[in-house]
Design a protein around this ligand. Structure first.
Ligand code: GLN
Length: 549
């Protein structure tokens, strides 16, 4: 029988429910349990695919092409739980399905209501990941307890324990215990209220995870325990981590989290093995190098918009025992102030994915700077397309070379839409999405990084390299080192006469893990370290490489 853990959040949003859920998942997995992770999001959008990165951060893409919430990125970085379409549901998806059933007459004329029809649909979603080969499903409920829109989800998780048996469910509530400077005290009242709200709808949490700036005293924990109706050992402190998110599981272990869960659910678990995780933290704390990488994007000020990219850079840093200092550079600032001023002195330049014209010229300019100065360059999806445009304009003399996404009338549409994309008007789920095979040219930089020529990576784009230009590019020095297996779609480009210049049409950042850095990110950071050391040998004179092509 699969056991179910539900993680809810109270008091305020942004408490890090995703990270906490992922950390719990990691601990259970390291005790030999077979895990599935899932997130339910109360917003009405059908999926985050069409949501603004300003509001919602990055869209995280799974192998099966589903466009999901960025918390699923935490799940994949911390655990090996297989994720698919059933791993992320939104209110929009649940309602869409119920309304479609109603239109098809499946409710036989009944009045369709939140309870039971919507809640039944949610319960079906909760049950999907369970099965004979799964010991535990962790379901994170997005939003904050008390929000109107999360009510059907909370009602469904309450009912669920009646359906599968109370002994098979565990409720974890994540709350905030704020420190009030004026009173010089930690305050437990918001937690009491939040748990009160949960109890009003019939959920008594089993474990409380208390986010706090300062350690809770035994008295604080006793008070929370008393008012919230849980034993004192079920009040677990999760203190802010200013060093790394990868410390979170360790602090949960210190407070006995894994053992409590295993006992309460009667799980048959092995001993906890954290060797790999300890090694990761040791490497993070004891770097041998320090380098700076410029990420040139249009959401520079918004960390979550490039979440997986920043994480993947850190993982590659761990791999090389380097601290990676990321400089978030706004591509429009490059347009205004110039690449020289903003990018001189960095050890590597990365242009990430994106949509829309704003800031494009700044990205193209960043590519030019990296290519001509011999600075390691990594272009991802839109970043690769910018690299193609830049090379076309400045190395091949193709007038106004561009993607037709940004210049419909360019005389040189080096990136363009495939015929099958031209007729699509619906947004959401209509791009080239998910895992696709790529064949790499042996001897290329990409193949050297992967140590393989047949790979699979996740995609999310509409536009493609225009094959009409292939011969001109390869003759001019931009090699096409990866294509779809039939050779028809360009997946990887690189400049062989450059220390490290690689552009990929896919999103490698989604498959990087802290204890297993993605090979291309590892290659890029390795090249950046070499660049840094070469600069040091030149006496610290940075940004003065010779003019290349
Ligand atoms: N806008 C580009 C396209 O649709 C790139 C997409 C991306 O970077 N994810 O092809």
């Amino acid at each position: 029988m699969t056991k179910h853990i539900f993680v809810t959040g109270g008091v305020v949003s942004s408490l890090g429910k995703g990270l906490t859920s992922a950390s719990i998942g990691m601990l259970l997995e390291q005790r030999g349990l077979r895990l599935r992770m899932q997130k339910l999001d109360p917003y009405i959008n059908v999926d985050p695919g069409t949501m603004s990165p300003y509001q919602h951060g990055e869209v995280y893409v799974l192998d099966d092409g589903s466009e999901t919430d960025l918390d699923l990125g935490h799940y994949e970085r911390f655990t090996n739980s297989p994720l698919n379409r059933d791993s992320n549901y939104t209110t929009g998806q649940i309602y869409l399905s119920v309304i479609n059933k109603e239109r098809h007459g499946e409710y036989l004329g009944q009045t369709v209501q939140v309870i039971p029809h919507i809640t039944n649909e949610i319960k079906a979603a909760l049950a999907k990941p369970a099965g004979p080969d799964v010991d535990v499903v962790i379901t994170e409920i997005g939003g904050t307890v008390g929000d109107i829109e999360s009510q059907p989800f909370l009602e469904a998780i309450r009912q669920f324990s009646l359906d599968v048996g109370k002994e098979n469910c565990l409720y974890i509530h994540l709350t905030l215990v704020p420190y009030l400077k004026a009173a010089a005290e930690l305050k437990t009242k918001p937690t009491q209220h939040s748990v009160g709200q949960l109890r009003q709808i019939g959920i008594q949490p089993d474990l409380l995870v208390c986010r706090t700036e300062r350690s809770l005293s035994r008295d604080d924990r006793a008070k929370i325990a008393l008012f919230c109706n849980v034993p004192i050992e079920a009040v677990i402190e999760e203190k802010d981590k200013d060093f790394s998110v990868y410390e979170v599981p360790m602090s949960l272990v210190e407070h006995g989290m894994d053992e409590l869960i295993v006992k309460k659910l009667g799980l048959k678990a092995g001993p906890l093995n954290l060797d790999r995780w300890r090694d990761l933290l040791h490497r993070l704390r004891n770097p041998r190098h320090e380098i700076s990488i410029a990420v040139v994007g249009k959401y520079a000020e918004h960390r979550d918009a490039y979440k997986s990219i920043y994480e993947a850079l850190d993982h590659a840093g761990v791999h090389h025992r380097a601290t990676v200092r990321v400089q978030r550079i706004h591509s429009e600032a490059v347009e205004r102030e110039g690449a020289e001023r903003l990018l001189s002195g960095v050890d590597g330049i990365l242009v990430p994915g994106g949509f829309g014209e704003r800031g494009i010229e700044g990205k193209v300019e960043a590519v030019r700077f990296a290519r001509q100065r011999g600075i390691p360059f990594f272009g991802i999806c839109l970043g690769m397309q910018c690299a193609v445009a830049e090379f076309g304009r400045n190395a091949l003399g193709l007038d106004r070379a561009n993607s037709t996404e940004f210049d419909k009338d360019t005389p040189n549409p080096v990136i363009c839409l495939l015929d099958e994309q031209k007729t699509i008007t619906d947004k959401g789920g209509t791009m080239r999405l998910g895992a696709q095979p790529t064949r790499l040219t042996s001897g290329s930089k990409a193949a050297a990084c992967y140590g393989a020529t047949d790979i699979s990576e996740r995609h999310r784009h509409r536009y493609e390299f225009n094959n009409v230009y292939r011969d001109r590019y390869t003759a001019g020095g931009l090699s096409i080192s990866g294509t779809s297996p039939d050779g028809s779609l360009v997946e990887v480009v690189e400049v062989s006469e450059h220390p490290w210049f690689v552009g990929v049409q896919y999103h490698p950042e989604f498959k990087s893990q802290p204890t297993r850095a993605h090979p291309l990110f590892a290659g890029f950071i390795g090249a950046a370290i070499e660049h840094h050391q070469a600069d040091d040998r030149k006496g610290g004179k940075k940004g003065e490489g010779g003019e290349g092509k």
